[in-house]
Design a binder for this molecule. Structure first.
Ligand code: 3PG
Length: 408
């Protein structure tokens, strides 16, 4: 059941619509050039295109990076990319809510777009607050009176209670944009998934993976959990396997060993649902050497799941009717150790079931193997998706659900 309004609920013709998008993209720290425009394309091809075609006057707000970070830039080149994607007048305004921005908004014509300055250039943006509190800040007080509707299309930043994410909803009628709507609906479908539902978790963010594992297993969302990457190493350790000094030192250095008691508890509760590798690929002088886990410990680090584990996982995936994947299963960037990730991702892509993939490295790997069009749903989100998969309600989504119906 959807509890928020969408673009279907509004006539946007000749209306001034403030759209919070997430143009936050990979940026080369040296050249400051955007190197991956996947999010800009997603917003452009769906929500922004629709608004332009319907004759809205569109005002875009976004962040790019965090102040002080190498990825922090203005939104000039994002605007240039957008211009290539949408055949309408698109203008970059190097102001957020001052006189210049306000004048540009007032002069907007139907079907035109302006992109305001990186919202994180304004120090109040990331201060925490409820929608009511955020609605009293300068950004909202200056821009909301000039607009008719607020559209939040930025699912990937919905886990933040930033001013531009939640602050317009108490004062402007608000809708989810098409990307926001699509992401939420996909996640809703996964609350009661087609069975069997299989989760594949890997990557380096083991603490996040553990939180997701707890949520999906304790709430009977997943029927099977297949593990790779660092989280698999922790589960192997929790099961009593001795991995070797190098791996243990690495896990200790990453401050991950405190997760072991929680993992042991989970293993006791769900012994049949959690699959950990039966064999691994070690990095022995940069060469792939596979051994059964019973032959561990080893001084060489674990860089991938082994062939037998891949077979076992492929078999489980072949019976799945819905699949969620987040995180590569090994060091996929190195061709000697990409076998597990590549084979498992190809299996998911070739299966004809609901599949959802998310997370920066996951999407990069899917792209690398040319599988982007085959995975049923690829989320644009990183942190927000992880929090949603942990069962957390996202402030940006709550704000849409509780938004005002009338301009105040
Ligand atoms: C993301 O890339 O996950 C979003 O754009 C949010 O960025 P943030 O972590 O800097 O808030």
């Amino acid at each position: 059941m959807v509890h928020f309004k969408t673009l279907d609920d509004f006539n946007v013709k000749s209306k001034t619509v403030i759209v919070r998008v997430d143009f936050n993209s990979e940026v080369d720290p040296q050249t400051k050039q955007v190197t991956n425009a996947i999010r800009i394309c997603a917003h452009a091809r769906h929500t922004l295109k629709e608004l332009v075609e319907k004759g809205a006057k569109t005002v875009i707000i976004s962040h790019q990076g965090r102040k002080g970070d190498p990825e922090y830039t203005n939104l000039k080149q994002h605007t240039d990319i957008l211009k290539q994607l949408i055949p309408c007048p698109v203008k970059y305004v190097d102001d957020l809510f001052g006189e210049k921005a306000q004048n540009e908004i007032k002069q907007l014509k139907d079907g035109e777009i302006i992109v305001l300055e990186n919202v994180r250039g304004w120090s109040e943006e990331t201060k925490k607050g409820t929608p009511e509190q955020q609605s009293k800040t300068a950004l909202i007080q200056n821009l909301a009176p000039l607009a008719d509707i607020f559209v939040n299309d930025a699912f990937s930043v919905a886990h933040r209670d930033n001013v531009s994410v939640v602050g317009f909803t108490p004062v402007l009628p608000s809708a989810a944009g098409r990307i926001m709507e699509r992401e939420i609906n996909q996640l809703k479908a996964l609350e009661d998934p087609h069975r069997p539902c299989v989760y594949v978790l890997g990557g380096a963010k083991a603490d996040d993976s553990l939180e997701i594992s707890k949520y999906i297993l304790n709430n009977s969302i997943a029927d099977n959990l297949l593990l790779g990457g660092i989280i698999a190493q922790l589960f192997m350790t929790a099961k009593g396997l001795s991995l070797g000094k190098g791996t243990m030192d690495f896990l200790a250095k990453q401050d991950l060993l405190h997760l072991i008691p929680g993992i042991q508890e989970l293993l006791l509760k769900h012994p049949d649902k959690i699959m950990i590798p039966v064999d691994v690929a070690l990095n022995v002088n940069s060469k792939r050497t596979e051994i059964p886990v019973t032959n561990l410990p080893s001084e060489s680090p674990i860089f991938d799941i082994g062939t037998k584990t891949v077979e076992k996982y492929v078999n489980i995936l072949s019976m799945a009717r819905s699949i969620v994947v987040s995180g590569p299963l090994g060091v996929y960037e190195n061709t000697n150790f990409c076998y597990g990730t590549k084979t498992i991702f190809e299996t998911i892509a070739n299966s004809n079931v609901l599949s959802l993939a998310g997370g920066g490295n996951t999407i990069a790997a899917i792209d690398k193997y040319g599988l982007t069009d085959k995975i049923r749903y690829i989320s644009t989100a990183g942190g927000a998706l992880v929090e949603a998969l942990m069962g957390k309600k996202l402030p940006g989504v709550i704000a849409l659900e509780t938004a005002t119906d009338t301009k105040t």
